[in-house]
Write a protein that binds this ligand. Sequence first.
Ligand SMILES: Cc1cc2nc3c(=O)[nH]c(=O)nc-3n(C[C@H](O)[C@H](O)[C@H](O)COP(=O)(O)OP(=O)(O)OC[C@H]3O[C@@H](n4cnc5c(N)ncnc54)[C@H](O)[C@@H]3O)c2cc1C
Length: 481
Amino acid sequence: MLLRLGISRWAACRLSTSAATSTAHVPKVCIVGSGPAGFYAAQQIIKSHEAAEVDIYEKLPVPFGLVRYGVAPDHPEVKNCINTFTQTASKNRVTFLGNIDIGSDVTFSQLRQAYHAIILAYGNAKDRKLDIPGEELSGVLSARQFVGWYNGLPEDADLKVNLDVESVAVVGQGNVALDVARILLTPMDMLRKTDIPENVLACLDKSQVKYVTLIGRRGPQNVAFTIKELREMVNLPGCRPNLIAGDYQHLKDLIPSLPRPRKRLLELLAKTALDTPAPALASAWASAQKEWRLRFLLSPVEVLAGADGQTVSGLKLAHNRLEGDGDNQRAVQTEETESLECGLILRSIGYKGVPIDSSLPFDHRTGTIANDNGRVKGHNGVYVSGWIGTGPVGVILSTMTSGFTSGKMLVADINSGQVDVSSARGGKEEVLDILSKKDKKPVTFSDWNRLDKFETEIGAKLGKPREKVTNIQKMIDISHD
Ligand SMILES: Cc1cc2nc3c(=O)[nH]c(=O)nc-3n(C[C@H](O)[C@H](O)[C@H](O)COP(=O)(O)OP(=O)(O)OC[C@H]3O[C@@H](n4cnc5c(N)ncnc54)[C@H](O)[C@@H]3O)c2cc1C
């Protein structure tokens, strides 16, 4: 009958005012977190379901997660996914509610009451520690904090970073490690064109850093960075690689049997370490004042303090040997050690998630919410998307796949009746009621547009894409103006 009238079941129930007129209500879905995992899941849900309403809750007063606060400022093209997220946010079935911390302003069980289904997409807010003596010294920072600092993340905006040092050790050899090394070594005229905040640029401008050493537990065949990032380092103006040829000789035998992306990466690494560079590159490297280094088969065992007992003077490293083959190969520490002189240590050994509610099955070892391919174990109608479900692996593209998969799964569960939508839910109205009792006002997407405009206008005057506002209250005030 509904079909004959040209009105779908969902449109009909949107028109209905009580449960008595229909067995199904408009599905009310909420997403916790507005990074790629949240936005891609929202996009999928509204594409796959013609009536579902999606509310996205975000802790910060701004959207986009690590696209705004993680992706390197000198990689603006990576941030183009923001255009897609903005389109999603402009759909009338999608509502962005920033400045709402789930677990604190609103509890998970309150969301359970207010919504038929929930997608947890709140990423990884912490990072792994080295757990070695001296790690608490002021010259040891996590790469996560350092990234937050140069990206204007409010909690790290005032981080004390001492760049009055010649040598920096970065523990880790993934893309984040390469990002922080590159930002430390890139010429100022290039950095000034990015959206790095002015106070950070001022600090980088005075930097005395000349040498950045990236330390890995295993060998060059195990590096976790990708070819684009390596190529940028090889060609970085004013900077040369300093690679120990002996570390790379064995790669020549290994490379032919590797799958293509790995093969190309290791070919470039071996070429950089072993071959004579083309004349132009050779002369650029010869005149370079700065240097990046890769060191392998080393595990940090102690941070060495300077004479004042507060600052860092070096990092004690144990030599490792490899045991096992292929993917099972692991680094085993030996008794032999060496010391690397450095004044700043950046720990880049992985981000990790934190629990937001004790009822959710949280795996503290991996820092993830336990799930079966996106479905949260023991919680019907609750899903994960992105890094909170997978851990800090993959890039925006893989996070997109995760978001799409969770979104599709949720809609399939609604359609199959696995997620019960037979009773009405209060959705955002119910949550806004809770918030108003706490005097908490969310930042909407049009509020964000106001801050976005403010930042880009200030940025234009400074010859950069934007100047981020880094104080939470100021961000809220401008948004609500
Ligand atoms: C330093 C760095 C550089 C990167 N560079 C690239 C790159 O160049 N290219 C690329 O493809 N990928 C890059 N990535 C990977 C990419 O950023 C991730 O794949 C992606 O951001 C993961 O998305 P997510 O939504 O799971 O997490 P996030 O992007 O972290 O989003 C999670 C969101 O949830 C919010 N949140 C947290 N807790 C709560 C709460 N309690 N209540 C409400 N909201 C909450 C957070 O504020 C955040 O906005 C980079 C990652 C890092 C760390």
